[in-house]
Design a protein around this ligand. Structure first.
Ligand code: ZN
Length: 201
């Protein structure tokens, strides 16, 4: 890519790692990124699950590895208490309430959290706030494609920036990028007093 004299050779803290991976759970591929569209992450800043981050430490460019990660080093154990029943009347009508659908909800602190619909009855909806991969053993096949030093800005933000991303200054988390999908829910589940902000013109 460039002639950086200090091109790093091994995955280490504060380096941006370009990674191709396949994530398999119970033999099925649930997520992947290939060479043409790799994941960029900032090593040592908890951008990825801890088990994967520690497995990647010290890997060289071009090196591949298969890693098995237990839930505690992945997305955590499944917590039965993170399931809630919500009256169906609290959901906007136009949204299809189907088992398996993931939705975004604003919690009491105003943070966006993700939940999966796990049961729908005539008047109730059961929501699971566990990460969809909580309690699962993760099987990663990874290849380190490239390494570079992080920029000042990336270190400040605590994550990698994609080259063609510059104009979107701080669209940090993945969820923030899916605004079209999330907005309705966010508004709907927002605190009631926030609705007053909507002007009627
Ligand atoms: Zn940023």
């Amino acid at each position: 890519m460039n002639n950086n004299h200090a091109h790093p050779s091994q995955v280490a803290k504060d380096l941006v790692v370009s990674l191709a991976y396949k994530l398999k759970v119970a033999g099925e591929i649930v997520d992947e990124a290939d060479q043409s569209d790799p994941l960029l992450y900032l090593h040592g800043h908890k951008n990825i699950v801890p088990g994967l981050e520690s497995a990647l430490a010290g890997m060289k460019v071009g090196e591949s590895k298969s890693v098995v990660i237990k839930p505690k080093d992945g997305y955590g154990d499944y917590n039965e208490d993170d399931v809630e029943i919500v009256p169906r009347s609290e959901f906007p009508e136009e949204i299809p309430l189907e088992v398996g659908v993931e939705i975004l909800i604003e919690d009491e602190e105003g943070d966006e959290v993700s939940a999966t619909i796990i049961e729908v009855t005539k008047d109730k909806v059961k929501l699971d706030f566990n990460h969809p991969l909580a309690g699962k053993e993760l099987n990663f096949d990874v290849t380190v494609l490239d390494l570079r030093a992080a920029t000042e800005e990336e270190l400040e933000h605590g994550h990698a920036h994609y080259e063609d991303d510059d104009e979107f200054e701080d669209e940090d988390e993945d969820w923030d990028d899916d605004e079209e999908d999330g907005d309705e829910w966010e508004e709907y589940f927002g605190e009631e007093d926030e609705e007053e902000e909507e002007d009627e013109d």
